[in-house]
Each structure stands twice: as C-alpha cells, then as structure tokens.
Write a protein that binds this ligand. Sequence first.
Ligand SMILES: [Zn+2]
Ligand SMILES: [Zn+2]
Length: 125
Amino acid sequence: MRMTNQRKMILTLLKKSHMPKSAEMILADLPDHTMNLSTVYRTLDTFFVEGLVSKSTMKNTSYYYMTHQDHHHYMICIHCQKMYEMDCHLDDIAESVAKDHHFKITHHDMTVYGYCESCQKELNL
Ligand SMILES: [Zn+2]
Ligand SMILES: [Zn+2]
C-alpha cells in the first residue's frame, strides 16, 4: 500500500484517538483542509480492507479505530451511542477454529451492541 501524506495524516489521527471516529469526525480533525469527505472514506476503506483499521457501525455511520492498538473492541450503547472499550479474548478461539479449516487469519472484527446503564433506566429496560 502506498503511504501518501493524506493516508499518514489519517492514520496519525486514528492512532492518537482513544475512541473510534467516523469519517466526518476525522475530516473535522484534519489539520489541512485539502481533503474532502469522499477521500477520507476511500482511505478508511482501504485501511479496513488491509486490516489496518477496524470499524463498528451505528445507525448507518461507521466508526473506525486502529486494529492493533492494544487490541480492544467496543461495546456501543444503541440508544445514546456511548462506547466502552473491552479486552479481546477472541484470538485463541479464532485460531483453533481456523486450524480446522486451514484458514489463515489476518485480522478480526467485533462489536457488541446494547444499552448502557443510564439508558436502561431511562427506557425502563
Ligand atoms: Zn446509553
Ligand atoms: Zn480482538
């Protein structure tokens, strides 16, 4: 993959971020304004295909984060969209299943959706 300056800038932003970011949020955070939203989308999509970033989708918006940044996944409240980091315990399971199928894993993706404590109270769940 060719590392253009634009790609570097987007990656740097994602690396610095502690929370997943949408393309719109990334665009707003970019220091130079030569990029448009479709460039950001295309770049993120390339990163995703390469396994460099993971994404979680909420209400038709995708939020991106670095795949190997401490290897976390996210729990997202589907009401208020608050995100919680969670440790990953998938690698061992995935590896053993992969072995059975002679499958070579490059990366994986996981998002857990539900209601946070305050939304459960608000919605009487
Ligand atoms: Zn909530
Ligand atoms: Zn994982």
